[in-house]
Design a protein. Structure first.
Ligand code: RB5
Length: 144
């Protein structure tokens, strides 16, 4: 199960990604914003981050205008590795090297087609499990 969330800047792109996930038969829960009205991205970054940390969702997808604010919000939570990706290569590395557990996207940066391709790479790429990557990820969680 995936948790997906956005502010108003990511709302339209979120609808496109949800349709794409449905087509792929991937289960998700939309944690809001549930209508295209002005709202604050930290609220939805926090909701998706908490769902991932609680184990209610395996992975998360967050979308705001640029992907910046909402990824900053999610990354305030220890254990969250939220990667704001603008290319398929970034999505691949975010999983292989960083074992990112949330993908952030920019609704005013990417076309629907680009965002769906990036999402597919993110979902379909496994963590490399390399010893050096495990060590670096553990260091992330020891920073304060
Ligand atoms: C909202 O207008 C916009 O600031 C927000 O979606 C996001 O881009 C912030 O980083």
């Amino acid at each position: 199960m995936l948790a997906i969330g956005s502010d108003h800047g990511g709302y339209d792109l979120k609808q496109e990604i949800k349709a794409h996930l449905k087509e792929r038969g991937i289960e998700f829960e939309d944690l809001g914003v549930l209508e295209n009205t002005s709202c604050d991205y930290p609220d939805f970054g926090a909701k998706v981050a908490k769902a991932v940390l609680a184990g209610d969702a395996e992975l998360g997808i967050l979308i705001c205008g640029t992907g910046i604010g909402i990824s900053i919000a999610a990354n305030r939570f220890k254990g969250i590795r939220c990667a704001n990706c603008t290319s398929e290569y970034m999505a691949k590395m975010a999983k292989e090297h960083n074992n990112a557990n949330i993908l952030a996207l920019g609704g005013r940066i990417l076309t629907g087609e680009e965002a769906c391709r990036i999402t597919d790479v993110f979902l379909d790429t496994p963590f490399s499990d390399g010893e050096r990557h495990i060590r670096r990820i553990e260091k992330l969680d020891s920073l304060n």
